[in-house]
Design a protein around this ligand. Structure first.
Ligand code: DAT
Ligand code: MG
Length: 135
């Protein structure tokens, strides 16, 4: 069993598609083991996206992700990391395949609805950051 951190970003919450995203996760057969709505502070957002600290879009990314409530989930299943990334689709929603969350619901790269950890290393780090008490 593997766990991954999923975020339904503030754009997803604003657009009222939390249920849609949760439903796609459940339909796939992945198990939700934690779920919480919260608004990120700047420090947590910077830590979450630390691998992008040197990118030109970092400041705007941090502003966006702290700009409203988001929903954080821990999702579990066999190959959960890869399974959720496949549900999410490519980073750029314009090239993300139709049928994926990003391909179906977004047009701009920053406002691409969801985050999913990209490796076992980042999943562990991100789950600890968002849910330090999860056993
Ligand atoms: P992913 O979320 O698919 O793992 P990433 O880790 O490369 O993508 O980037 C993190 C987020 O940063 C991404 O979901 C949206 C934003 N982002 C990525 N590339 C960008 C760019 N060129 N301009 C603006 N925002 C970008
Ligand atoms: Mg990433």
């Amino acid at each position: 069993m593997e766990r991954t951190l999923v975020l339904i970003k503030p754009d997803g919450v604003r657009r009222g598609i939390v249920g849609e995203v949760v439903s796609r996760i459940e339909r796939k057969g992945l198990k939700i083991v934690a779920l919480e709505m919260r608004t990120l502070d700047t420090d947590t957002a910077k830590t979450h996206y630390e691998e992008h600290a040197e990118k030109p879009f970092f400041g705007s990314l941090v502003e966006f992700i702290t700009g409203g409530p988001l929903v954080a989930l821990v999702v579990e299943g066999g190959r959960a990391i890869e399974a959720f990334r496949a549900l999410a689709g490519a980073t750029d929603p314009v090239t993300a395949a139709p049928g994926t969350i990003r391909g179906d619901f977004a047009l701009e790269v920053q406002q691409n609805i969801v985050h999913g950890s990209d490796s076992t290393y980042s999943a562990e780090r991100e789950i600890k950051l968002f849910f330090p008490d999860l056993g």
